[in-house]
Design a protein around this ligand. Structure first.
Ligand SMILES: Cc1cc2nc3c(=O)[nH]c(=O)nc-3n(C[C@H](O)[C@H](O)[C@H](O)COP(=O)(O)O)c2cc1C
Length: 211
């Protein structure tokens, strides 16, 4: 067994530590966040720290790194209040990964990486046309995390668009069928395969498969 204590962790090489700590939390959603500036400049960047915060209302959070590292998405969200989240498929994962490069504010990452902007009626922010699962959010709250100067950005889902897939009868979206990818750390991508579904767990009922 390997045991690493906090002294060992603190002394690791920066990139080794970053890879290990980013992967230890497990597989994360690989998504592209689309935004637009007040002057109409589109922006696209890949994010994986996306988390469900509640279903009623439908709240989704993500962590934005410090503004010095990742300035454009958060600035656009704060000025226009609207953003889109788009799942990533293997067919365009290379382009999606390239959006993590530090492009200048006047560069449109859709154009720079070869992804296609898609506008939906009544929504001012672009989606990624290549994505099979897309949703739009209205900003609710930006919570600064003082300990490391990151931000928890909370949005309410306003619109959902599903292509090539529909929800199961009980609402679950089997996102593996749409080819949605997960990621590990900030450079590794993988597929998900649903292997089991269970009934809501109750203390007085044995675990019951529903697949
Ligand atoms: C797989 C992957 C996942 C990432 N996840 C996040 C994330 O959750 N939060 C974040 O702030 N940056 C994340 N990044 C880094 C951003 O994509 C990068 O900082 C980008 O340049 C931000 O662009 P912006 O300034 O246009 O917002 C991730 C990068 C990769 C490759």
């Amino acid at each position: 067994m390997h045991h690493f204590n906090q002294n060992t962790i603190a002394n690791w090489d920066r990139f080794y530590k970053s890879n290990l700590i980013q992967s230890i939390t497990g597989f994360k959603p690989a998504c592209l966040i689309g935004t637009i500036s007040e002057t109409g400049q589109p922006n696209l960047a890949i994010f994986s720290s996306i988390v469900h915060l509640g279903s009623n209302p439908a709240l989704i959070g993500y962590i934005n790194r410090p503004l010095s590292a990742a300035p454009h998405t958060l600035a656009n969200i704060q000025s226009t209040q609207v953003y889109t989240i788009n799942h990533i498929k293997a067919s365009f994962v290379n382009k999606a990964h390239q959006t993590s490069a530090k492009y200048e504010a006047h560069i449109n990452e859709f154009t720079a990486t070869g992804l296609t902007m898609q506008y939906m009626p009544g929504i001012t922010t672009p989606f990624v046309a290549e994505s099979a699962i897309q949703y739009a959010l209205q900003l609710v709250e930006v919570v600064p995390i003082q300990h490391n100067h990151t931000f928890l950005v909370i949005g309410k889902i306003t619109d959902i668009f599903l292509k090539e897939i529909e929800p199961d009868a009980d609402g679950l979206i089997s996102i593996d069928k749409a080819g949605s990818l997960a990621c590990l750390g900030s450079d590794t991508y993988c597929c998900g395969n649903i292997i089991q579904r269970f009934q809501y767990a109750k203390p007085d009922r044995p675990v019951t498969s529903i697949l």
